[in-house]
Design a protein around this ligand. Structure first.
Ligand code: TXA
Ligand code: MG
Length: 350
């Protein structure tokens, strides 16, 4: 199959909508990461997603909507009050809610669960496409399973070339990390996957929030997960990744030492550091994160950097930790998982 990459003008959107209505897959930009979209009401189309991504069949997809009216068809019963408040505050935007599913949601989309994940993206192309098709779009991130999520159309092409007919190129994704996933059950709201909508932002709306303990820790043997996605080692670069936390100068000292050791052993090594710390590493091979000041920019650079490490066949990657608050929690969750939570504390001499 030939994979076309088109700028999302009117004609390309028509083509994408026609493919989706016909049960085909299209790579689409969203504000978080690129999605691999299919008709969200079509079981056969959803199955194609699992095949193209080589995704484990027990890992459910997210339904993307453009209007609150589309919720009725997808959920069972009334929208809980807390969900309504979160939708009002954060939709359209990078928040996914897990809700009781209706009969209309194909079994493949929710991987046999009794719930469905729903989000309303803010990206104008995603929004326009949902409107044009008149369908909810089921879409996971458009990477092959186990690869970092795509934040550029070129990443989607790398992973999906020959597997899907069309990718809409909407440029780099603004957030660069997948949406925040929350579970609403009883009176508790629990963050299963941190993202652009931070726990602090949710707390400001609801007055309370839980963050699942697995967000910054590896799964324990036998631990029951609340979201199938938590089981899989995502975002894994081919090289080994070590994260170092602590006071900035100690972190830089430790990373420089680890890097030098790796190089002296003949390994190809690289350092992922904050842009403002670049000079601390002298002549070493550094890939700065965050072209602009602030964590937003670090988040939007991260997956591109991990892909680059693979492309350059880096064997040992050393990364500076960020503070795990606000958006920093999502960054540390993704980096942590890429590193199998191998984090050294330079302040404690690790
Ligand atoms: O930002 C995003 O969320 C992107 C864009 C394309 O919207 N999509 C995305 O999808 O990241 P995906 O499939 O890569 O991640 C969806 C996550 C998975 O970890 C999955 O296990 C979880 O949501 N999930 C989906 N349905 C669920 C459910 N019913 N219960 C618990 N977790 C669910
Ligand atoms: Mg994914």
């Amino acid at each position: 199959m030939q994979t076309l990459v088109l700028k999302p003008d009117g004609q390309a959107l028509e083509k994408a909508a026609a493919l989706l209505r016909a049960g085909e897959l299209v790579g689409i930009p969203t504000e978080t990461v690129y999605g691999l979209a299919a008709d969200g009401l079509n079981q056969q189309a959803a199955l194609k997603i699992f095949e193209a991504k080589q995704r484990p069949a027990d890992n459910p997809l997210i339904e993307h909507i453009a209007h609150m009216d589309q919720l009725k068809e997808l959920i069972r019963g009334e929208l809980p009050e807390q969900a309504r408040a979160l939708a009002q505050a954060f939709w359209p935007g990078p928040l996914t809610m897990i809700l009781p599913k209706s009969q209309r949601v194909p079994q493949a989309v929710c991987a046999g669960l009794d719930t469905v994940a729903i989000r309303m993206p803010s990206h104008p192309v995603a929004h326009a496409l949902i409107e044009k098709c008149g369908l909810p779009l089921a879409a996971p991130s458009a990477n092959r399973s186990g690869r970092p999520s795509p934040t550029r159309a070129s990443h989607v092409l790398e992973d999906m070339k020959g597997r899907i007919p069309l990718i809409l190129d909407g440029g780099p994704c603004e957030v660069g990390l997948e949406s925040t996933v929350v579970e609403l059950s009883g009176d508790k709201v629990r963050v299963l996957r941190p993202g652009g909508v931070t726990p602090e932002m949710i707390e400001a709306v609801l007055g309370g929030v839980w963050v699942d303990e697995s967000v910054l820790k590896p799964l324990q043997p036998g631990q029951v997960v609340r979201s199938p996605g938590m089981k899989y080692r995502h975002y894994a670069p081919k090289g080994s990744l070590t994260i170092v936390k602590g006071a900035p100068e100690r972190v830089a000292g430790r990373i420089a030492q680890l890097y030098d050791e790796a190089v002296s052993q003949g390994a190809s090594a690289a350092i992922l550091c904050m842009k403002q710390n670049e000079a601390r590493y002298g002549h070493r091979r550094v890939h700065p994160l965050g072209q602009r000041p602030g964590l937003d920019s670090v988040a939007s650079d991260l997956f591109d950097a991990l892909r680059l490490m693979d492309e350059q066949k880096v064997e040992r990657i050393f990364a500076e930790a960020v503070d795990a608050h606000g958006l920093g929690l999502a960054i540390m969750n993704r980096m942590g998982r890429a590193a199998a939570f191998h984090v050294l504390d330079a302040d404690r001499g690790e």
